[in-house]
Design a protein around this ligand. Structure first.
Ligand code: ADP
Ligand code: MG
Length: 239
C-alpha cells in the first residue's frame, strides 16, 4: 500500500474510486499479447506514460474511467489498447454489424489523429477502423461503413448521428464508448449530440471519458454517462 502510494505520487497522479486496479509500470505488465507489445515497441514507445500506466489496467478490469491529463500525455493509446482487447473478447465479434468500439472526438483533425493511432495497433488483430467527420463527403463515408462493416468507429458527434440516420451504421453492438477531449466537445457546443449518442448506446457498456481540463459542466456530463467510474488525473489539472 505504501509502495502503491509512492508510485502514484512519483507519477503526480490522483486516483479516486473503489477497488481500483494497480498501475503497471511497464508494457510487459499489462498482460497484452506478444504481437501487441511488439507492435508498441516497434513504434518506439519504451515505457507507458503516466496516464497509460493507470488507465490501461483499470480499463482492462472493465471499469468506467474519467481521465484528466494534459495534451500530449498519451491518452489516445490509453483507450485504444484496452478497446482492442475488449473487442477481441466479444462473442458478438463474429456476428452482427456496426462498431463495437466507438470514439467521439470534437474535430475532424482529432478524429483523423485517433483514426491513425487506432489503425496502427488494430492491425495486430485484423480489426477494421473507420472515421467520419464533417466537411467531407457523406456518400464516401457511407460507402466506407457499409460493406462488411467495421469494428472501430471514430467520429465527430454530428456526422455520427447523420450516418446513423442514413443507416450507414448503427450503435447496436457498441459496448466500449470513448468520449475524447470532452471539454472541447462542450466548447464547440456538441453537448446535445453527445448526450443523444450516449442515450442510444446500451447502458451496460463500458465508458471512458478523457479531458485535458475538467470544469463543472464537463464533470456533470461525465458523472451522467459513466457508472461507478474510476477518476484518474495527472498533474495539477481539474482539481
Ligand atoms: P493526448 O491525447 O494526451 O494529447 P496523444 O495520445 O495524442 O496525447 O499522444 C501524444 C504523442 O505521444 C503521440 O505522438 C503518441 O504517438 C505519443 N505516445 C503515446 N504514448 C507513448 C508512449 N508510451 N511512449 C512514447 N510516445 C507515446
Ligand atoms: Mg488526445
Amino acid at each position: 500500500e505504501e509502495k502503491l502510494r509512492q508510485i502514484r505520487k512519483d507519477l503526480d497522479m490522483h486516483v479516486s474510486g473503489v477497488d481500483v486496479a494497480k498501475p503497471c509500470i511497464a508494457f510487459a505488465h499489462f498482460g497484452f499479447d506478444e504481437a501487441l507489445v511488439d507492435n508498441i515497441v516497434k513504434h518506439g514507445y519504451s515505457e507507458p506514460t503516466a496516464i497509460q500506466k493507470q488507465a490501461v489496467p483499470v480499463a482492462l478490469s472493465g471499469r468506467d474511467i474519467i481521465g484528466i491529463a494534459k495534451t500530449g500525455s498519451g491518452k489516445t493509446a490509453a483507450f485504444i489498447w484496452p478497446m482492442l482487447i475488449h473487442i477481441m473478447d466479444q462473442p458478438e465479434l463474429q456476428t452482427g454489424e456496426g462498431p463495437i468500439g466507438l470514439i467521439l472526438a470534437p474535430t475532424r483533425e482529432l478524429a483523423g489523429q485517433i483514426y491513425t493511432e487506432a489503425k496502427k495497433f488494430a492491425k495486430c488483430y485484423g480489426l477494421r477502423v473507420a472515421a467520419v467527420y464533417g466537411g467531407a463527403s457523406k456518400m464516401d463515408q457511407f460507402k466506407e461503413l457499409r460493406p462488411g462493416g467495421i469494428e472501430i468507429l471514430v467520429g465527430t458527434p454530428g456526422r455520427l448521428i447523420d450516418m446513423v440516420k442514413m443507416k450507414a451504421t448503427n450503435f447496436r453492438r457498441v459496448s466500449f464508448l470513448v468520449l475524447d477531449e470532452a471539454d472541447r466537445m462542450f466548447d464547440l457546443g456538441f453537448e446535445p449530440q453527445v448526450r443523444s449518442i450516449c442515450d442510444n448506446i446500451r447502458p451496460d457498456r463500458q465508458t471512458l471519458l478523457f479531458s485535458a481540463t475538467f470544469p463543472k459542466k464537463v464533470e456533470r456530463l461525465a458523472r451522467e454517462v459513466t457508472t461507478a467510474p474510476v477518476r484518474i488525473s495527472i498533474g495539477n489539472v481539474g482539481q
